[in-house]
Design a protein around this ligand. Structure first.
Ligand code: CA2
Length: 149
């Protein structure tokens, strides 16, 4: 059975506690449960992680690249949070690891502040999804299944 990695960046541990008008009221534990159910439907094991530290995310992308090369990982659904808009290191990590990444955002970043309109990850990602709320995680997993089938 292959594994799918769902990575969450800074402040996503606060999901469901504040800004429900932007991010909804579901917690990160709820998102993990949604991902687990969807991954099971798709025949995958789920590896679900969150970190507030850029270096952790870089290390996990490298680890994912090795796992994908070994044939044990299907790819990564990645909500990099605000690092999306700042991190050349994460861009380089995705490119360097050669891993399949779906960039995901809960909110429609293009309908928000201008500083959220640019993504350093998008040019390195296989696909980008934004604005579907937390249900986007399930949709992104299904999209990953379609493009890797
Ligand atoms: O829409 C998304 O998923 C974002 O990646 C979320 C990031 C934001 O910086 C990106 O521009 C778009 C922020 C995640 C912080 O989430 C919170 C949730 C509840 C309360 C406070 C922060």
């Amino acid at each position: 059975m292959k594994t799918v990695l769902v990575l969450n960046g800074p402040n996503l541990n606060l999901l469901g506690t504040r800004e429900p008008q932007v991010y909804g009221s579901q917690t990160l534990a709820d998102v993990q449960a949604l991902c687990a159910a969807t991954a099971a439907e798709l025949g995958w094991a789920l590896d679900f992680r969150q970190s507030n530290h850029e270096g952790d995310l870089v290390d996990w992308i490298h680890e994912a690249g090795r796992a994908q090369a070994a044939g044990t990982l299907v790819g990564v659904v990645f909500n990099a949070g605000a690092y999306t808009h700042t991190s050349i290191a994460l861009h380089d990590a995705i490119k360097g690891a050669g891993v399949t990444v779906i960039e995901l955002h809960i909110s429609n970043v293009h309908a928000r502040e201008a500083f959220r309109h640019h993504s350093y990850l998008a040019p390195a990602a296989r696909a980008v999804m934004a604005g579907f709320g937390v249900s986007g995680y399930g949709l992104a997993l299904r999209g990953l299944a379609q493009i890797t089938a």
